[in-house]
Write a protein that binds this ligand. Sequence first.
Ligand SMILES: [Zn+2]
Length: 208
Amino acid sequence: MGRYYFDKKDTAEDCRSVSISFLKKHDYFSEPCCMSGTISWKNYNGEQTASIGVTVSTLDGENYIRFQYTTTDRNSGEKTEYDYRVSLTTTPCNLGGVRYWFVCPLSKGGVYCGRRVAKLYKAPGASYFGCRHCYDLSYESRNETRSGMFGAFGGVLRTERQMEELRSQINRWTYQGRPTRKVRKLHTLEQRMEVYLSASTKYLKHRM
Ligand SMILES: [Zn+2]
């Protein structure tokens, strides 16, 4: 489902994501019903690129996160409003209490996913939040993260480094009136940078 603007595998860093840990950190689980807020994302320049409304309910039998947002088609400019719930489920914690999980709402080839996941993503151009399996995401920065060199910023730092490297290698920007291969690659990286997530701390919260 959805349409992609990158023909390669999208990396987790390219997508907007919402994690259980982020919600927990911002107290979305502190009341049974219901905590609402806005989560926004910024690009590398600190400009807001997207925001969504979320409501979390952890009432018995009413475990869900509600997503509300508007998407704009990049080609037609057409706006689509989304308002839907994704189920939450729990597992017991070793130290007592429960751990929350999203239940992936997507279907692939007519088969409902339903995976229990700690993070949901919205791939570029996609309509709904879903798990990384459904969006076929790869963890581009996994190795760097494991080595502890860059941690969560691995993707951003690596892209920045690639861009710098490319810029230093570019001798000519056009060939026969068209951008050269390296320039096109640089544009791709710039585009990727634009959609890079930095989960913003800017959020509003109120009880419904
Ligand atoms: Zn899924």
